[in-house]
Design a protein around this ligand. Structure first.
Ligand code: ACM
Length: 551
């Protein structure tokens, strides 16, 4: 009889072998850890003592019920062996974290609570799990600009990503509708650019569209972000910051009009959505300011990757500005396109000089200017990724279909507000990043996959969790598991896995459809079909060969 917990691990490990018997944790639970495992052991003791009420204490390996053994290297593989006496996890230190999360999936799902329930036996089935990820980049992007996520929401989300062995959190920190990071050299970014007086309803694209009449905003202090980075790192997750340049810069230029293209225009933080012409200018004083901003950012985020956006930037403002034209002439740059190449090259070099790598949305491959170690996030389908990989760049696959989790999870009008219809759980699970790759030899440049939670129409925390889960569970398996099951088997495993999310209190979408209170109703979250996914994909595919959006 297969053990239920062992049979419902998500993401599916590479190798699982059930043995007979079980381990029952009893107070005091001895934990043995060598020096390299001390931080992981500490995390395990803190989180499991809180959830189980058992006392955890450090012990010699011979007496311990949980043993963490550090291997050399930085690989994410791990081996977990459970017998009636102990659970032993052997791995390089980042692999140890994944081993701990697998052990937690073997324990009763109530270990995802914040305080103990009475009467739970803290048992885990005897087994051997040998595991390693398929991809090194298993990412999730959260847009905290269109709707802000409080620090506690991000910390909670990190717990959920770690539970699924996801290892990259990409924070989209700047956009037309808000600037979300404290920059000490430019205080108006938080005084002015971090909030807006109201938000257009639905996917509003004009200031004349109806709005909610409610101010919205927020930002993270540098210490908030340091806390987020450390919390994530302890759970095996790297946080990648994004400052979107040169487009999507309305909030930035509302705070500092001198960095925009129209010094005489009154720019206000965006209250509606779509592609805007509020680019930063590429003039020396702006480039210097952006460098100062990036230097502050680099001091917060230790990640080797810095995301500089690069999407949806119509270049007419650069073409039409006399000051920019004069500057281009002084540089001998002959077109706005060539100026974009210069812009990317400048910041790729700036980051390289500081030991970091530039990553950006796939428009940047069109203009060039990348450093050899720059990377591309392929969002307008997969062509950009293939082109970048063929040119030797690393690639993260983030195509709208099926990784944009702001699309509805079904075609039913019961779904709450979404950007369009639909990307189902099955669509996500069926995603095979290599399927359309004509030249399989360049697929080795694919670092991994990432889901996107754009938040124009994801209004609050409950809505965010609803859109994310359980699709993140499916993407985690696409990203982690070399061998996937068929969808029906995944769905059966997931039905049990959702109990883990229940204990944590996640507002996921049940497999049968939204609960009554999760439906869109007729109010603010009423379902709208702004983009039909097929039409959106055709439009993106048409655009994918070029840089500027076909407005
Ligand atoms: C994007 O969706 N504009 C990257």
């Amino acid at each position: 009889m297969p053990n239920e917990r062992l049979a419902t691990l998500i993401p599916l490990p590479q190798h699982v072998e059930q043995r007979s018997g079980e381990l029952v944790l009893r107070s005091p639970v001895g934990v043995a850890a060598d020096g390299g495992a001390a931080a992981v052991a500490n995390l395990l003791c803190v989180e499991l003592s809180r959830a189980t009420g058992l006392r955890f204490e450090f012990a010699d390996a011979a007496a311990a019920q949980i043993v963490l053994r550090t291997e050399a290297g930085d690989s994410e593989h791990y081996r977990l062996e459970v017998d009636a006496q102990r659970a032993v996890i052997s791995a390089p230190s980042v692999g140890l974290i994944h081993g701990v999360y697998t052990l937690r999936q073997l324990l009763p799902a109530a270990n995802w609570r914040s305080a103990p329930l009475p009467g739970v036996t803290w048992s885990a089935p005897a087994c051997v799990v040998e595991d390693r990820p398929r991809f090194g980049w298993r990412g999730c992007m959260i847009d905290v600009t269109r709707h802000f996520a409080a620090k506690q929401t991000i910390l909670r989300f990190i717990d959920l990503l770690a539970m699924h062995r996801m290892n990259r959190l990409h924070l989209h920190l700047s956009d037309d509708q808000g600037w979300r990071v404290e920059i000490k050299a430019f205080p108006r970014l938080t005084e002015i650019a971090s909030h807006r007086p109201h938000t257009g309803l639905g996917f509003a694209t004009s200031p004349n569209d109806p709005n909610d009449g409610t101010p919205h905003g927020g930002y993270y202090t540098q210490d908030d972000l340091r806390e987020i980075v450390a919390y994530a790192a302890a759970r095996g997750i790297m946080v990648i910051p994004e400052i979107d340049l040169p487009g999507h810069s309305r909030a930035l230029t509302a705070a500092y009009p001198e960095f925009g293209c129209f010094p005489d225009k009154t720019v206000e933080v965006g209250t509606y959505f779509g592609i805007s012409s509020d680019l930063v200018n590429p003039l020396p004083h702006t480039i210097a300011a952006l460098e100062t901003i990036l230097d502050e950012l680099l001091a917060i985020f230790p990640a080797p990757w810095i995301h500089l956006g690069g999407d949806e930037a119509p270049l007419d403002p650069w073409r039409n500005s006399p000051a920019i034209r004069a500057h281009m002439a002084s540089l001998g740059v002959e077109s706005a396109e060539a100026m974009r190449t210069w812009f990317t090259a400048h910041f790729a070099e700036f980051l390289a000089a500081r030991g970091r790598r530039l990553i950006g949305w796939d428009e940047i491959i069109h203009y060039g200017g990348l450093a050899p170690d720059s990377a591309i996030m392929s969002w307008r389908g997969e062509k950009g990724g293939m082109k970048a990989a063929a040119a030797g760049y690393d690639v993260v696959m983030a195509p709208v279909f099926p990784t944009y989790f702001d699309y509805a999870q079904s075609d039913s009008a019961d779904e709450p507000l979404a950007i369009g219809q639909s990307i189902t759980l099955e669509d996500v699970y069926a995603y095979e990043p290599s399927a359309h790759w004509n030249d399989k030899s360049t697929f080795s440049k694919v670092l991994g996959v990432q889901c996107q939670l754009w938040r124009e129409v994801i209004l609050d925390d409950a809505h965010l969790e609803y859109m994310a889960f359980p699709r993140v569970c499916a993407l985690a398996e696409v990203a982690w598991s070399e061998q996937r099951s068929d969808f029906d088997a995944f769905r059966a495993r997931l039905a049990h896995h959702l109990e883990r999310l229940d204990h944590y209190g996640v507002n996921y979408r049940p497999l049968e459809g939204p609960r009554p209170w999760q439906k869109g109703g007729t109010g603010r979250k009423a379902y709208q079909m702004r983009f039909n996914i097929k039409e959106a994909l055709a439009w993106l595919d048409n655009w994918a060969e070029s840089g500027e959006p076909p407005l």
